[in-house]
Design a protein around this ligand. Structure first.
Ligand code: ADP
Ligand code: MG
Length: 298
């Protein structure tokens, strides 16, 4: 029987990360992860390696083993889905990979660097330069327009204003949100806000974009539009995307789905050359084997 969802409030730190101005911003802009691109050309194709991670919450009397011996890797340019029932450890895993949370044991390598060994002082910069985040709730700043929200990570990294403006326009054009650029979040629909959040995650060209249930609060039309944005980011910018979802339809947009059950990798499915519909059907078969009753039962 699946565990009940007790998803904790997002750590304060995550909020802090998106709004704080660093004392020592890097001189160089957060360029398209040049080091990562070099590495892949030199024959190191893996952007992410998760090695035997384990996460235990609590202490002696009240232990929750949220992750047990989870290992997998993601190649540059892959679009990977993580599926599992509520409480299966999806968010814990994403938080451990993104250094928002710490692993109990095991290692996480991003472009070959072990992020579990990073000193706290380096974490903020690491996340800002290497990672892009999309959450269920867009987390846009209410007092900024869409354009300013998307520009924010570049502003923080002191990218020149002219370049910032052109990068923001370019990403917005590709994601089909040009017409909302001068609107404030309250003037946009939830779907538009999520697409702006996707653009904000993309604009720095991070090594990995992580999305935790990004379609969770959207109706089906807006969910589809957001998934198409993620697809465009993956195809056009070769962005590596890791998306947590409990929805088989959302997962069917990815290339590969890793299924978690009770904190362990249950199985994985590769889309290969099959159509999205075929992939959806295969995902549903696994959902059935795992004991779900439908896309929302997982
Ligand atoms: N901060 C925490 N303290 C204690 N237990 C937690 C904490 N965060 C998550 N858990 C537990 O870890 C398990 C996995 O949770 P989570 O990763 O949020 O699952 P999912 O995202 O798949 O719904 C659950 O049993 C949950 O109750
Ligand atoms: Mg979750």
């Amino acid at each position: 029987m699946p565990l009940q969802s007790q998803t904790p409030a997002r750590p304060q730190e995550a909020q802090h990360m998106r709004t704080a101005y660093p004392k020592n911003p890097p001189a160089a802009p957060t360029a398209p992860s040049a080091a990562g691109m070099e590495a892949s050309r030199a024959g190191v194709p893996r952007v992410l390696e998760v090695q035997h991670i384990e996460k235990v919450y609590g202490s002696r009397n009240a232990i929750t083993r949220a992750l047990s011996d989870v290992s997998f890797s993601v190649a540059e340019g892959e679009f990977v889905g993580i599926m599992g029932a509520s409480g299966s450890g999806k968010s814990t895993m994403l938080n451990c990979i993104s250094t928002i949370d710490t692993v109990t044991s095991g290692h996480v390598l991003i472009n070959g660097a072990d992020v579990t060994a990073l000193k706290p002082a380096k974490l903020t910069r690491f996340r800002r330069e290497q990672l892009g985040f999309i959450f269920q709730d867009s987390n846009l700043l209410d007092t900024l327009t869409a354009r300013e929200n998307i520009a924010l990570p570049l502003t923080i990294s002191r990218v020149a204003a002219k370049e910032t403006l052109s990068r923001v326009e370019e990403v917005a054009r590709r994601l089909g949100i040009l017409e909302v650029l001068d609107k404030y979040p309250y003037q946009m629909s939830g779907g538009q806000q999520q697409r702006v959040a996707a653009a904000r995650a993309m604009v720095t060209n991070p090594a990995i974009i992580m999305a935790d249930e990004p379609t969770g609060a959207l109706d089906s039309k807006n969910a589809r539009l957001l998934l198409e944005c993620l697809e465009t980011m993956n195809r056009t910018y070769r962005a590596t995307v890791l998306m947590v979802t409990h929805d088989a339809f959302a997962a069917s947009y990815t290339h590969r789905v890793i299924f978690l059950r009770d904190g362990r990798v249950f199985t994985e499915l590769n889309r290969g050359d099959s159509s999205r519909q075929d992939f959806f059907n295969r995902i549903m078969e696994v959902v059935a084997i795992m004991g779900g009753e439908g896309s929302d039962a997982l």
